[in-house]
Design a protein around this ligand. Structure first.
Ligand code: UDP
Ligand code: MG
Length: 316
């Protein structure tokens, strides 16, 4: 019988975890003829009682495993740790807040069992429950990254997907520090079937993302999967050189024809500001890539483990 690992990144999810476990447990019971299950919770340095909840579950249920980080490393790191440590033949990643409906697992499992697909992914049709600002921002982000990157990013795609061992191994073979999973999933290829569902509201707790976190995540995504912004910077440089060249000729001709009265300093000041701005903007773009390269070359670990369920199992 195939084993499914359910990877769940958790950051301050003490209220959601019991609810999540209860819901998923129902599904595993329904599917017990078909598959075995393993829960792999990743406690991403939560500041509330998440770890205690996980210890409780691990004591109660032998299928429950957990990894607890030494601090908050972010959802990407948590997902990576989960995928790296999952033992199942199929692996899925799910949010702890039940925004990813567990009831879809059976359909996803059946899809992979046909042997036709390596991955069954989900996308939500609406973004109910998210703020207007976030919806607009997300829409624009997908438009921009779609233009900038060759790797296809599916709008509305969630991280909730069931993958074969082969695909999981491909993903964990990419050990980059700046992880952007939506891109990585797409980068590795494999046959993916998409299923859609209506967006769910969080069962408990609050979202862990604020505008600034999302914004820098978006920039990470672009920098990780496209070098086009560098090309844009270079093109801007060329365009401005051309404009300057034309202007020099115009000014020389004008001076020869009409003399050189001193005027036009306001427009000159504007041009200096404008070109200075473009300059800083382009340096910023280059700096962003340089920073990522810098972080990547340090080869720091993506996550650091403080405790796993083995400490519970030993007590028994
Ligand atoms: N999460 C995490 N580390 C973080 C932020 C979030 O492990 O630094 C987890 C969180 O516990 C949840 C999932 O990632 O299980 C998605 O987070 P959230 O529901 O806050 O995001 P949203 O649904 O608002 O996009
Ligand atoms: Mg959520």
């Amino acid at each position: 019988m195939k084993k499914i690992s359910i990877v769940v990144p958790c950051y301050n999810e003490e209220e959601s975890i019991p609810l999540f476990y209860k819901e998923v447990d129902k599904v595993t019971e329904k599917m017990q003829e078909k598959a075995k299950f393993e829960f792999l919770f990743v406690n991403d340095g939560s500041k509330d009682k998440t770890l205690e909840e996980l210890r409780k579950l691990a004591k109660k249920d032998d299928r429950v495993r957990y990894i607890s980080f030494s601090r908050n490393f972010g959802k990407e790191a948590a997902m990576y740790a989960g995928l790296e440590n999952a033992k199942g033949d199929y692996v899925t990643t799910m949010d702890a807040d039940l925004q990813d409906p567990p009831s879809l697992l059976e359909e996803m499992f059946d899809t992979l069992e046909t042997g036709e697909y390596d991955c069954c992914a989900t996308k939500s049709t609406s973004r109910n429950g998210y703020s207007f600002l976030r919806k607009t921002f997300t829409k624009w982000f997908y438009k921009i990254i779609g233009k900038l990157s060759k790797t296809e990013m599916v709008a509305g795609a969630r991280d909730f997907r069931l993958m074969t061992r082969q695909m999981v191994d491909a993903i964990i073979s990419m050990k980059e520090y700046n992880r952007y999973s939506k891109g990585l999933f797409s980068f590795v290829g494999f046959n993916t079937k998409w299923i859609e569902f209506e967006n769910q509201e969080r069962v408990a707790g609050t979202t862990k993302w604020n505008f600034w976190k999302l914004f820098s995540y978006a920039i990470d995504g672009i920098v990780a999967f496209s070098t086009t912004p560098l090309l844009i910077a270079a093109l801007l440089g060329i365009i401005f050189c051309f404009i300057a060249f034309v202007m020099i000729i115009v000014i020389i001709v004008k001076t020869l024809a009409f003399g050189d009265p001193v005027s036009g300093w306001p427009s000159l000041a504007c041009i200096i500001f404008f070109v200075g701005g473009i300059n800083l903007f382009c340096t910023g773009i280059i700096g962003e890539y340089l920073a990522k390269t810098y972080l990547e070359t340090k080869q720091r670990p993506i996550y650091i483990v403080k405790e796993t369920e083995e400490s519970i199992r030993k007590q028994k």
